[in-house]
Each structure stands twice: as structure tokens, then as C-alpha cells.
Write a protein that binds this ligand. Structure first.
Ligand code: PLP
Length: 366
């Protein structure tokens, strides 16, 4: 018997399904890590800038606690984004900031509006924070259901509305007029732009200081290839900043992450090359996947592609086969709106070739 009773909202949390790193995958399928093609978590296959590697190799202050205000990184981010440092908070990934936002804004039972299918952490953190999640499902083309959101907003008065542009897992964008309509609601809009750099669309981040109810989240995990170091950031309206500073874990961004992130921002050529290369490869991958009659490839503005697998091929089995027989890891979803769907991150050209070769052995009769 446990000596204490856990709060019911914690005891009833659904189990978390993590995406696993190379060494764990390597053991699972009995292949060397270098023989694994990891296309399941939208990581950057080219990794971090050489400048970031060098900065890590020369790390001077690993034995000293980091700056609780991440001043160097926020100054560099201010240059990079055009947002004053006073409006920026850095976190151990955008993930930490999603949780922080909820912790400082929600009372138990408050409502969070979510538009699934989308990134799972909004619902996960809402559960963790004892909030009520109101789901307004996206339409079949993954655009948000504006009427549904307006109805739900009126009925449930959500404090927070989470939007993702480009959306994970399909890569669709939130059109500007939709965002404008949502900003007119009496709620705090959290716009997650984790993949914005791959879209060619201008970020909303510079609008944050002049918009009382807009938060924009971004990350170093995708563009800058720092997913393993856990560093993301957000722009917040001025009124929320003092509360965030009070509530944030003091040493949330470690010195290695901070130093690598500053170095990454100091290598704009590498960032631009990454975007150009991955966007070109996304288009190549989309074309190659579209040649399979049994795959419907959705248009994507991010570094991944969502595909629906036609009847006759079991998507879950396809995922398992790719892993076991070919060492290729992709994401499979079994959720409302995503039945028979797989998501493939954009890799290097030889990884695309390996995936396409593996898929070529599949046929649907008729
Ligand atoms: C939409 C979205 N937001 C945030 C994140 C997490 O970002 P971070 O690695 O900075 O925590 C992800 C990661 O997959 C994502 O897809």
C-alpha cells in the first residue's frame, strides 16, 4: 500500500509514450546506432552548427549554476527575433514553457481549448495541471474549426487557447485572419511556432509585445538541431513577465544548452542552409511518397509529412516492419482524426532513398 494518496488528477494521468533515443532504439532492433534512420521525432538530421559544437567543447562554466535569467541567450534571441529581451523567457524546451504557462494561469478546473489532432503536450500538461480540456477537433483537411472554437469559447470560457502553426502532425498553417479572429476572444492565445522557420511564413513573434493576449513559443530543437540539449523560448506580453520570473524554476536552462544556443544564433549561414536543405528535401520526399498509390500525403509547411495509409496495408504493421526489417523509425498514430496515419520526419537524401526503397516492397491489391 502506498503511504499516501495521490491527487485523483495525477493518479488518473494516462501513461506517457516517449519517443526513444538512438541507443535505446539500437538495442530494441539489434542494430548499431549508425544503422538506424530516425524519422520519428522531427529532429534535425544535420545536427547543430559546428560553432555550437565548438562552444560545447570549450564550455568553461559547467561547474557553476547557470544564469537564472539566461541574459546572454535572451540578448541574442532579441537580435534574432526582433522582440525586446524583456518579453522573452527561455525554457528547457518549449515543453517546459507550455507547463509553466499553465501553472501560472490556471486554477483547478479551468478550461483549456485544444484543437486536435495536434501536439500532445497541450493536453498532457493540462491534465497534469488539473485543467479541463475542451477539444475542438480540426476539419478533415486539418484546418481549425473556427465556428466550433467560437461556440466552445462562448460556452466554456477557456482561459488558454493552444494553436500550432505549422501544426504537428500535419504541417498546416493557421491563416492570419483566423488568428486575428481568435485574438479577439477574451482568452490567452498560445501560438506554438516550433516549426515556423520551415514554412517561409513570417513569425507572429514580433506582434507579442503589442498584443495583450498573445504568447508565441519557438524552439532550438528543430531548426538549430539542439533537441537533446532542451532549449526553447517564448515571447510573452509584459503583464505576464513578472509572474513568469517568479514561478519559473531558477536554473531551468543549463549552461551547455545556453552556450550552444547562443553559438547557433551566431551562425546564421548554417541556420539558413539547414532550412534550405530540409525544405528542398521535404519537397523531394513528398514527391517520392506520392508515387505510392496507397499513401495520401498531406501538404506540409514543416520538416515532416503526414501520410494516410490506404486500406489493404496496416499502418501499425508498416511502422513495425520498417523498424524491425529496415531500422527505419517513423511515427504511427492511432487517434481520432489520424486513423491509419504515419508521420515521417524529413531526413537526409540517402535516408529518403532508404525509406522509399523499403516502402517499394509494399503493394495493395487491385
Ligand atoms: C508543436 C511542437 N511544439 C513544441 C515541441 C517541443 O519543443 P521542445 O523540444 O523545444 O520542447 C514540439 C516537439 O515535437 C512540437 O512538435
Amino acid at each position: 500500500m502506498p503511504p499516501i494518496t495521490l491527487p485523483p488528477h495525477i493518479a488518473s494521468l494516462p501513461p506517457y509514450t516517449p519517443i526513444e533515443p538512438f541507443d535505446v532504439l539500437s538495442q530494441k532492433v539489434g542494430r548499431a546506432p549508425e544503422d538506424i534512420i530516425k524519422l520519428d521525432a522531427n529532429e534535425n538530421p544535420y545536427g547543430m552548427s559546428p560553432r555550437a559544437r565548438e562552444a560545447l567543447a570549450n564550455l568553461a562554466y559547467g561547474h557553476i549554476y547557470p544564469d537564472p535569467e539566461s541574459r546572454s541567450l535572451r540578448a541574442a534571441l532579441s537580435q534574432f527575433t526582433g522582440v525586446p529581451a524583456e518579453n522573452l523567457v527561455v525554457g528547457a524546451g518549449a515543453d517546459e514553457l507550455i507547463d509553466l504557462i499553465m501553472r501560472v494561469t490556471l486554477n483547478p478546473g479551468d478550461t483549456v481549448l485544444n484543437c486536435p489532432p495536434t501536439f500532445g503536450m497541450y493536453a498532457f500538461d493540462a491534465d497534469l495541471n488539473n485543467a479541463k480540456v475542451i477539444n475542438v477537433p480540426r476539419k478533415s483537411d486539418f484546418s481549425v474549426d473556427m465556428d466550433g472554437i467560437l461556440d466552445a469559447a462562448e460556452k466554456f470560457s477557456p482561459k488558454l487557447i493552444f494553436l500550432t502553426s505549422p501544426n504537428n502532425p500535419d504541417g498546416s498553417l493557421i491563416p492570419q485572419p483566423v488568428l486575428q479572429k481568435l485574438l479577439a476572444l477574451p482568452a490567452l492565445i498560445v501560438l506554438d511556432e516550433a516549426y515556423i522557420e520551415f514554412s517561409g511564413v513570417t513569425s507572429q513573434i514580433t506582434n507579442v509585445p503589442s498584443t495583450n493576449n498573445l504568447i508565441v513559443l519557438r524552439t532550438f530543437s528543430k531548426l538549430a538541431g539542439l533537441a537533446g540539449l532542451r532549449v526553447g523560448y517564448g515571447a510573452f506580453p509584459a503583464w505576464l513577465m513578472p509572474t513568469l520570473w517568479k514561478a519559473k524554476q531558477p536554473y531551468n536552462v543549463n549552461v551547455a544548452a545556453s552556450v550552444a544556443a547562443v553559438a547557433a544564433l551566431n551562425d546564421p549561414d548554417y541556420l539558413a542552409w539547414t532550412v534550405k536543405t530540409l525544405v528542398a528535401e521535404r519537397n523531394h520526399l513528398a514527391e517520392a511518397l506520392s508515387t505510392f498509390r496507397w499513401l495520401k500525403v498531406y501538404p506540409s509547411h514543416a520538416n515532416f509529412l503526414l501520410c494516410r495509409v490506404a486500406p489493404g496495408i496496416e499502418a501499425a504493421q508498416l511502422k513495425a516492419d520498417l523498424a524491425q526489417k529496415h531500422g527505419i523509425f517513423i511515427r504511427y498514430f492511432n487517434k481520432p482524426g489520424l486513423t491509419d496515419c504515419i508521420r515521417v520526419s524529413v531526413g537526409k537524401p540517402d535516408q529518403t532513398d532508404a525509406l522509399i526503397a523499403a516502402l517499394s516492397s509494399y503493394r495493395v491489391e487491385g
